[in-house]
Design a protein around this ligand. Sequence first.
Ligand code: C2E
Ligand code: MG
Ligand code: MG
Length: 638
Amino acid sequence: MEWNAGPIYSALVIALIILVYSREYGGIRTVQNQMFRMTLMTTIVSMISLLISVALNAEMTKYPLFLVELFNVISRISMTVIAPLFFYYTISIIWMNRDVLFKWIRFTGWLYLLFALMIASSPFSGVIYTISGDRDVSKGPLYNLMYAMPAFYIALIIIVLFYTRHKLSRHLNLVILSFPVLSLGFVAIEYFYPHLLISSTAATASLVITYLYIQNKKILEDDLTGTMNRLAFSKVVSMRLEDESPFKIILVSLDEFKSINNQYGEQTGDRLLQAVSRYLMNLQPGAHVFRLSGDEFALLTTVADQPCLIRTISDRLSRNWDVEGMKLSISATIAELNIPEVTNTLEDTIHALEYCVREEKSLHSNSMITINREALDRMHRKNKIYEHLKQQLYRRELDVFYQPIHHVQSNGYPVFEALARLAVPELGPIAPPEFIAIAEDKGLINQLGEVLLEQVCRTIKKLENSGIEFRHININFSPIQMMNDTIVSELERVIRTEGVDPSRIHLEITESVVIDNFDKVSRIMNDFNRHGIQFSLDDYGTGYSNLSTIIHLPFAGIKIDKSLLYRASESQSTFVIIQALSRSFQQIHKHIVIEGVETEAHMKLARVIGCDYVQGYYFAKPMTADDLIIFLQNASIA
Ligand code: C2E
Ligand code: MG
Ligand code: MG
């Protein structure tokens, strides 16, 4: 037969080009990369050996028989092993785990091994092919296994891909699927036109596709800085976790990088990021550097390295950076995490780094932390609370307690404060400041406010239906809710849907909201006022608001924080100031509520200070809506 080796030559050149390009892989020896290179090398070997064996077979009598037999065996084995290798490469992409890969190899590899032995024994047994006395290659009785064996592994690829299709993106599934599809197509052609020798072209074409879409170094590289990117970080960390040898991750999160961009322009910002990443890349030979997000870098190193690496980084970062002739200064929050001492999964590792750096940044910038188990426990607790709260809000169920507020003059309880409650399985009741902070942090606070308002509206209707006389229910409003531009219309919609008079709702906000956002807060308060919703200033005395700011905002009442009451009971000067403040507020028609009245002595003090309302355990603790009705009915009889 006249063989046409042309397709092999072109496929070989392409495969060699990929081999050269895939060499510089930044040292990431993931299972996936190793399997890819093994498949690629085997394809190259198969093509070279096929070329040699075609040449030898053409003029067989010229060469010693053992040489002809040897290359026939090598080319047949290397050609048919590509499909199993592609299958194992697929496994390594799906599971990214060496142990899983070895399990699959043990489970399915023996079949190919058996077949390879058949090929290797063919010079003696002739089961796959035979070379006759007059030196002619002919098919053996099991020759069709040359097609059946790769077909079996190709079928395995399709089956495994089908069952794990949700593990990978659609795009990745399609890229992997290119091998079975191309192979089946090309092998079918070769089956009918055996002289064409194009089956290795199928493997090369698939390798080109996989290289471009999966293995390309650029996919793992950050364009701006040339460091590795977030995807590479996940891959390298997974691989190191599998190795089970200890290592350390240092996360460098630049503080307030936005202000550099705003002040000097984005181009200068980019140069600075490049300078910082160059510094990190040159810091330690062998360490990997990644850019995880705009202004966040990670350094992966072995634990045995210098223990005070984070101090070295912090010292360098706080010195000036020469960028485009300017001297720029930055600071960073730096966290170090020892693995597997603290975390041992990829998910935990990434979450721990992000959570701890965010937590640290909210307290102070330019600092260093070592992430420990306690921090991790805090993170898990926070996640549990978040998940539970999210579910509760999804079901629009939130426990709300009500604390009656005592009106001094009438001796009654015309106002109640609504207080959210949350109990999480395993953790028990969670204090509101803790879960409110989580709701704020995780973007649930607006939803929480809405669900709470629905519950409060229902309680208002219940109280009205029970014939109880009251003025309004106070709802606590978080600063984030107050900054939401559409808050007025959103709440107005809920109140209208529930069919409640808006003047029954009263909002409490704290000084912290007022301090930085006077104009916006003033606009929103006036908007609410127009709808009949009034405001109180909560926890007065715990913030640092300017008195004139408060006076110029339309507050109907001021709630004096319990800490001031407790201090007034011990300090004459605090007492005098609070008394003067209360009187002044009352003179400008703002009612005064004193919070935290727990004892008879507190109550006496509250009277002398002078106030309109008192709130505290002395009168009533927060209670359910049903208990509130009973409490109010009893209070009206007494
Ligand atoms: P707050 O608005 O100042 O609410 C009053 C807090 O003081 C309540 O704590 C109440 O149970 C407690 N309290 C009442 N009387 C006394 C007393 O005599 N002595 C002492 N020591 N405490 C008393 P709670 O329910 O734990 O709420 C704490 C804070 O959490 C609230 O302070 C408020 O800032 C926030 N919060 C509660 N519910 C919500 C909510 O639905 N939304 C928002 N945004 N914040 C809420
Ligand atoms: Mg309050
Ligand atoms: Mg308060």
